[in-house]
Design a binder for this molecule. Structure first.
Ligand SMILES: [Zn+2]
Length: 173
């Protein structure tokens, strides 16, 4: 269709879009549903190939849009808060694998023990404090046993005593 000027054409397109907006959106949604897997793969490939350009673009945008930055920070803080609460609730329902006690009024007493690897136990709480994904935290928890702080300390003390005896000298971490 020929238009006398560009502005008329734009106005026509806009009117047309608004008139058919619902139908267009529905068509778009149907397309996405039908090609869901293929679109995911395409997106994944695009992100892999273009990752540096994408990061650079996002960095620039982030630093040049203070309002966006503010909302992102608030969102991230909220997400971390939600994750910490979830982690705390999870511990509230756990029992110590050694003495069998649970601490519903003080879930911080429950630790996660990684068979002698102390640094990794710090990993689970740190993950939760940083607001890492649930599935990452749960995968790490799956490698541990829940123990109360008392039993945990005793466990490590006994392990250390055993090592001292085995090695015949003080264990240095
Ligand atoms: Zn215990």
């Amino acid at each position: 269709m020929a238009y006398k000027n560009h502005e008329n054409e734009l106005a026509f397109r806009r009117r047309n879009y608004l008139k058919n907006r619902e139908r267009e959106l529905q068509r778009f949604r149907a397309y996405r549903m039908k090609h869901h897997e293929a679109l995911l793969q395409r997106g994944e490939k695009y992100r892999q190939v273009q990752s540096e350009q994408i990061n650079e673009r996002q960095r620039k945008y982030y630093h040049s849009h203070p309002e966006f930055r503010k909302t992102q920070i608030v969102k991230a803080q909220r997400a971390v808060e939600v994750r910490r609460k979830w982690f705390s609730e999870l511990k509230r329902n756990l029992r110590c694998s050694i003495c069998g006690q649970s601490f519903p009024d003080c879930p911080t007493i429950i630790d996660f023990h990684h068979g002698g690897m102390e640094s990794k136990e710090r990993g689970v709480s740190r993950m939760a404090n940083l607001g890492r994904e649930k599935k990452v935290i749960l995968a790490e928890i799956a490698k541990c046993i829940p123990v109360c702080a008392n039993c945990h300390r005793r466990l490590h003390y006994l392990e250390m005593q055993k090592k001292k005896k085995d090695v015949g000298k003080i264990h240095k971490p």
